[in-house]
Design a protein around this ligand. Structure first.
Ligand SMILES: Nc1nc2c(ncn2[C@@H]2O[C@H](COP(=O)(O)OP(=O)(O)OP(=O)(O)O)[C@@H](O)[C@H]2O)c(=O)[nH]1
Ligand SMILES: [Mg+2]
Length: 313
């Protein structure tokens, strides 16, 4: 067993932080660590918090941490920003807002940016969540700012998706267009102290009608004022209620195995194209590529033929 694996499983916070850095850097040893921790994952409750910039996600996370810590529940937070290449300590705002939790061993907070590669972000997030799961966080919150597809991908890894909206913001229509309404398990109406609350509630209810969620689960609307820590116990109760629903309906198992299924397919894809690219670097399929370059064969037929040859060998 890799020494870092051992230390993660023993609850060593620095080992967990190191592993996440390895994940971000694509460090070769991360593979071994991820394989070894896998049997120790799947225990944490995974919550996704998404919404427009400035909706109050970090403030909500901050208030949730305080609430959960008062119940001795350990919390991991991955704050993902698909619009930022920065990572680690770079998201200063989040850092400062959640900083008073820093000396608490039951809280682990980490920011992740794209490092210029959006596609890798959801994969890195998933792996970082796994590290925190193995490390022993009972609840893991993934905060992500809303920018469409990347955010949807990131939310695919959690059990419960909470969408944060604000009164008077016009968020609802945007969220609807981006496909966010479909994946919402609950709506957090944050900044409930601002004007426009009733209008927003009506809007969401109308949107929910259009989207037509699975009839067995109606996403609840939770009102919060994160900065005053108002509504946080309600939010937690709603998360627990959703967890019960996931368990009792079997939907939770279904989601998790679907996510794993997708992950395997993604890895198969990656592995296949990696091997294929290696072969091409060694000169394989040169003729087919020339044919395409000369426009004698179209890329579709060429790719089909190359895959066929590849599989036959
Ligand atoms: N009035 C009011 N302001 C709030 C509330 N919650 C958060 N804010 C303020 O909204 C601003 C943004 O809060 P954040 O928690 O940073 O929001 P965020 O969604 O994490 O922002 P990004 O991560 O930058 O997308 C801050 O100035 C907060 O003080 C609330 O319930 N009511
Ligand atoms: Mg934030």
């Amino acid at each position: 067993m890799h020494p870092i694996t051992k230390r993660i499983l023993a609850g060593d916070v620095r080992a967990a932080a190191r592993a996440i850095t390895w994940i971000e850097d694509g460090f070769p040893e991360k593979g071994q660590v991820l394989q070894e921790i896998f049997p120790h994952t799947g225990k944490a409750r995974l919550i996704g918090l998404t919404g427009s910039p400035g909706a109050g996600k970090s403030s909500l996370v901050d208030a949730l941490i305080t609430y959960l810590r008062s119940q001795q529940i350990s919390v991991g937070v991955i704050a993902v920003d698909p619009t930022s290449p920065f990572t680690g300590g770079a998201l200063l705002g989040d850092r400062i807002r959640m900083q008073h939790h820093a000396p608490d061993r039951g809280v682990f907070i980490r920011s992740m940016g794209t490092r210029g590669n959006l596609g890798g972000l959801s994969r890195n997030t998933k792996e970082a969540v796994r590290v925190l799961d193995a490390y022993g966080c009972e609840v893991i919150i993934v905060e992500t700012v809303g920018v469409g597809q990347s955010e949807l991908d990131i939310m695919k890894i959690v059990d419960t998706v909470a969408v944060v909206l604000n009164p008077g913001s016009g968020d609802t229509v945007q969220a609807f267009k981006a496909g966010i309404m479909e994946i919402a398990d609950l709506f957090v109406i944050n900044k409930a102290d601002l004007p426009g609350l009733d209008k927003l509630l009506t809007e969401i209810e109308q949107m929910i009608e259009i989207v037509k969620h699975d009839a067995s689960w109606q996403p609840p609307l939770i009102r919060t004022i994160a900065t005053d820590r108002v509504g946080i116990p309600d939010l937690w109760q709603a998360i627990l209620a959703h967890e019960r629903f996931l368990m009792e309906s079997g939907e939770g198992e279904k989601r998790r195995s679907y996510h794993l299924h997708e992950e395997v397919i993604e890895l198969v894809n990656q592995n296949l194209s990696r091997v294929m690219l290696q072969r091409m670097e060694q000169g394989a399929f040169a003729d087919e590529l020339v044919e395409v370059a000369n426009r004698r064969v179209d890329p579709y037929h060429a790719a089909e033929k190359m895959v066929r040859i590849f599989l036959q060998r």
